[in-house]
Structures are given as C-alpha cells and as structure tokens.
Design a protein around this ligand. Structure first.
Ligand SMILES: Nc1ncnc2c1ncn2[C@@H]1O[C@H](COP(=O)(O)OP(=O)(O)OP(=O)(O)O)[C@@H](O)[C@H]1O
Length: 286
C-alpha cells in the first residue's frame, strides 16, 4: 500500500461510513498445566487460562453510498462476517468508528425465528420485534406472505417443519418488510431455489432504488455479479480490492484458483500484487 485516497464524505449520500475500524477477538482457553500448584492457582483464578488474540479485521475505511449493493467476498475466515457484525453493532470495533444512517438489518442464517410456532405467528412476532405496531403488521402481512412465496398450508405449520430454503424465504420476507435503509444478507441466499433468488434480486433492486444500501456476503461469484453493483474483497482481515463486481470477482477467482491448485507461493505473490494496487480510503468529513 503506497498511498491513501481521501474520500470526501458528505452526509447526504453516505449510508455507512467505516472510519479506520478494526477488530481483535480475545480468546480465553484452559491451559494443560497439571499438579497441585496449578490446581490451587486455577481455583484462585490466577492460572490455567491463557489468552490469545485474533486480529480478525485490520484497520479499514470504507464509505458506502445510497443505491449501492455491495458484494463482500473472501475465503473462509477472512473477516467478512466480522465486518458485518461491526456494521450491525453486534460487536464494537477495537479501534475506529462506524457510522450508519440507520441500524442495518441483518438477514443471516441465524436470524431469529421461533421454531415451535407457525409461519403466520412468526410473521407477527418478527414484524413486532422489528418495531412495527399491530396495525402496521396487519398492513404488511399480505406483502410479506407474497414475498415469501409460501402457501397457506406451509404457513400454518410450525417452523421446525420447514426446510432450510423455506425458512430462508420467510426470514427474507420478514426482514425486508420494514423497507430497511441498510440491509445485510449474510449467506442466506445459499439455500434458496431459483424462484427465491429472482424474488431476492428484485427486492434488492427495489431497496436500492428507495435510496438504500445492501451488503451481500456470498461465496457464490455469479450471485455477486448478478445482484451487486460494487464488490469488496476482504482477505486475511484486510480490504484488498474494491470496485466493479465483474473485475473484483475475476481477480478473486484468479487467487482461489491458484490456491485450489496448491500453487501457494504463486497465489501469495498474486495476492501481494492485488494488495499493492489497492489504494486504501481515508475518510475526511466535508
Ligand atoms: N467469536 C470469535 N472468537 C475468536 N475468533 C473468532 C471469532 N469469530 C471469528 N473469529 C476469527 O476471526 C477470523 C474472521 O472470521 P469471520 O467469521 O469473520 O470470517 P468469514 O470471512 O466470515 O469466514 P466464512 O467465509 O468462513 O464465514 C477467523 O480467523 C476466525 O477464526
């Protein structure tokens, strides 16, 4: 990294501003010490626990503007989910600051729906949990049902009887019912069928056109190309590329292909080249 590009940030068009934010996890684990001394120390809480630090995200800055659907790619463990958790406020950054015009709504594999109650009841609960009034829930109910694409018979069943694709459909319909200004989709599309993917693509376009922003974390490069208009590549906790989805996914594929062929040295060199070309952003308020 040789230079830093200054990004003038006007409040009028930015939905998310990440200003030099990083995240280090602290992992505590039991050590393998044995013997009477270590037992006493353990009881006293002064030994037997070691602490490790994982730099999941190195300091990064990013400005996302209205109308952008940002694809987030990177190999396993590269820091994508950690970045999304910072955006939603599930984790505070170790350093730096994150600003958002409204709280991002996360639609992920773990989105909370209650397995024991029916799809219909989950619509009510989910919408209420997102802050709707009873009247707003009733007004939205039909559109949520329609977007989910689930039939009356399925919606009457407890959610524990749903396939993962059916659950994803319902999660998606509930999470987007509030027209969130910032929507984060973390791998939730992987379980859906073609019809669900088409509905999702249409809904993403709709949200973007209402001056919102969407983040889409996915390992599927065609999905990223199809559904986003900007793509960031996070690798080993670092933002290494940011740009047109076709270009970024092509470069990423160049890296993963080499690694899959066990050309590790060549892959590392290739990644270094990508890193060198990336001009990090620095946020300056104007
Ligand atoms: N709760 C945690 N405690 C400690 N380390 C963690 C925790 N969660 C993630 N990590 C570590 O942080 C790094 C980034 O993980 P993260 O889940 O953000 O990656 P990811 O890009 O989303 O991966 P994947 O594609 O596999 O979902 C990894 O090294 C991971 O081991």
């Amino acid at each position: 990294m040789t230079a830093t590009e200054t990004v003038a940030t006007t409040v009028s068009d930015a939905t998310v501003v990440i200003d030099n934010a990083s995240l280090t996890y602290t992992v505590r684990s039991a050590t393998k010490e044995t013997g009477p001394r270590s037992l006493i120390q353990r009881i006293r809480g002064v030994a037997g626990v070691s602490q490790q630090y994982v730099d999941a995200l190195k300091p990064l800055s990013l400005v996302v503007r209205t109308g952008e659907a940002v694809g987030v790619i990177g190999t396993n463990g590269s820091g994508k989910s950690t970045l999304m958790k910072l955006l939603t406020g599930h984790l505070p950054p170790t350093q730096g600051t994150i600003y958002a015009t409204s709280t991002p709504v996360m639609l992920g594999v773990n989105a909370a729906l209650v397995k024991q109650i029916s799809g219909y009841d989950n619509i009510t609960l989910g919408c209420l949990a997102m802050g709707m009034t009873r009247q707003q829930v009733e007004e939205k109910r039909e559109s949520v049902i329609e977007l989910s694409g689930l039939e009356d018979r399925a919606l009457r069943l407890p959610m524990k009887a749903y396939s993962s694709g059916m659950a994803s459909r319902l999660q998606f319909a509930i999470a987007t019912s509030m027209d969130p200004e910032i929507l984060i989709i973390d791998e939730a599309l992987n379980t859906g069928d073609a019809q669900f993917r088409d509905r999702t693509a249409a809904r993403i376009d709709e949200l973007r056109s209402q001056a919102g922003s969407v983040f889409l974390v996915s390992h599927s490069l065609p999905t990223i190309r199809e559904m986003t208009n900007r793509c960031i590549w996070v690798q080993q906790g670092e933002l290494v590329m940011d740009g047109d989805p076709a270009e970024v996914t092509k470069a990423y594929h160049g890296y993963t292909k080499r690694m899959a062929q066990k050309k590790y040295e060549e892959g590392a060199k290739y990644l270094d080249g990508i890193r060198q070309d990336y001009v990090p952003q620095a946020v300056v308020w104007s």
